[in-house]
Design a protein around this ligand. Structure first.
Ligand SMILES: [Zn+2]
Ligand SMILES: [Zn+2]
Length: 99
């Protein structure tokens, strides 16, 4: 009987683990994380204005939302990746909301 209980607890833990992992990768999670990181202000600059002081060197940047590292052929680099910017409707350069 004890073995059976442990087996059920084991299954529950595995399910919770998988569920937690999936949750971290959802759009909902990314949108919430973006709100926490960057607030809900609108970005009023276009890409050129953000790149005004850019240099042409390949740089690496780490997306502030999903944590993946990307390379970008200029500097300054975006602070969030294409995917996360699209999902959260945010500016890649300052993280603020696009209208
Ligand atoms: Zn990302
Ligand atoms: Zn911006």
């Amino acid at each position: 009987m004890l073995k059976r209980k442990l087996f059920i607890i084991g299954i529950v833990l595995v399910v919770l683990f998988i569920f937690g992992f999936l949750l971290i990768n959802t759009d909902f999670y990314k949108i919430n994380k973006a709100n926490l990181l960057f607030g809900k202000d609108l970005c009023n600059q276009n890409e050129e204005e953000h790149l005004e002081y850019g240099l042409t060197i390949v740089s690496q940047y780490k997306c502030r939302i999903c944590g993946k590292t990307f390379s970008y052929p200029s500097s300054p680099t975006p602070i969030i990746c294409d995917d996360c910017a699209r999902i959260t409707h945010r500016c890649q350069w300052c993280g603020k909301l696009k209208e």
